[in-house]
Design a protein around this ligand. Structure first.
Ligand SMILES: Nc1ncnc2c1ncn2[C@@H]1O[C@H](COP(=O)(O)OP(=O)(O)O)[C@@H](O)[C@H]1O
Ligand SMILES: [Mg+2]
Length: 252
């Protein structure tokens, strides 16, 4: 039984990894575009440095510019690599606001390229969780990409976080860190709504959708003891809320 469980866990981990790589494919154009600006600045600075007439104090500035833009490129690439690599099964103390901010930063260019704006409204203060950071980023990225895909004519996508208390069936309240992803797209029909979390359910063309994003996200949120909820009306946009239990002892 133990080895069966391990095999199953490995299979799930592999599927999540494959879907993460799929997301990276979707982000690649945005990331490449984002690298363009610092690369141009570096090239321009290097060309200026080659001119013999540049005074020494100006040279120091140009070198500093190159250093800074190189660092910026490293951050963009490291983030993408971290995202692709994942962090195995390990959970650690994280701030949900940090993860959401990183996700928003990674997706900003992708949103703009799709004629969408991405707004980010974090809750005031920290939202401490014990969680697998890259898996939660995968969930948020999935939800944001779905929202962007639902607005082919552009529009505003809102990413926000908050803390919410829910009364459990037992009667006692439990506090959750929430990520809310809201779009103004076409919504989900009443017929499709019960099926969106099913593996391989997709209404998108081959290449646009695998139908795995939401089923994997659902599994990840469940692994964290949380809930993934959806509210949608045909023609009225869609709101996904991921509720994740606050770290034990987090100021209640
Ligand atoms: N924000 C959204 N707006 C409208 N429909 C959505 C949204 N998110 C998900 N869906 C529906 O749920 C289906 C499954 O989503 P998902 O599991 O991410 O797979 P995929 O995006 O590859 O199709 C989508 O094909 C779409 O029909
Ligand atoms: Mg998807």
């Amino acid at each position: 039984v133990e080895s069966e469980r391990r095999e199953r866990r490995l299979a799930v981990e592999q599927l999540r990894r494959a879907e993460r790589l799929n997301i990276i494919g979707k982000l690649a154009a945005g990331v490449a575009h984002e690298l363009g600006t610092p690369l141009n600045v570096i090239q321009g600075s290097a060309e200026l440095l080659q001119a013999p007439t540049v005074p020494p104090e100006r040279r120091a500035l140009l070198v500093e510019t190159i250093r800074r833009q190189t660092a910026r490129i490293s951050v963009i690439i490291r983030h993408l690599l971290d995202f692709g690599r994942g962090t195995g099964n390990s959970k650690a103390g994280v701030d949900l606001n940090d993860l959401a901010a990183e996700t928003a930063a990674l997706l900003l260019t992708t949103a703009l390229q799709r004629e969408c704006t991405l707004s980010f409204a974090p809750a005031a203060g920290a939202i401490p969780l014990v969680a697998n950071a890259s898996e939660l980023e995968q969930v948020m990225t999935n939800l944001v990409l779905n929202g962007l895909q639902a607005m082919p004519r552009g529009g505003e996508l809102r990413l926000s976080t908050c803390i919410e208390e829910r009364v459990e069936p037992g009667g006692s309240g439990r506090r959750y860190g929430c990520v809310v992803v809201e779009d103004r797209g076409d919504g989900i029909s009443a017929e499709d709504l019960p099926r969106i979390f099913d593996p391989f359910f997709t209404t998108k063309d081959v290449g646009d959708g695998t139908g795995l994003g939401l089923s994997i996200s659902y599994g990840i949120v469940q692994d964290h003891g949380g809930h993934l909820e959806v509210a949608s009306r045909e023609g009225g946009g869609t709101r996904f809320t991921a509720l994740l239990p606050l770290a034990a002892g987090a100021g209640s």
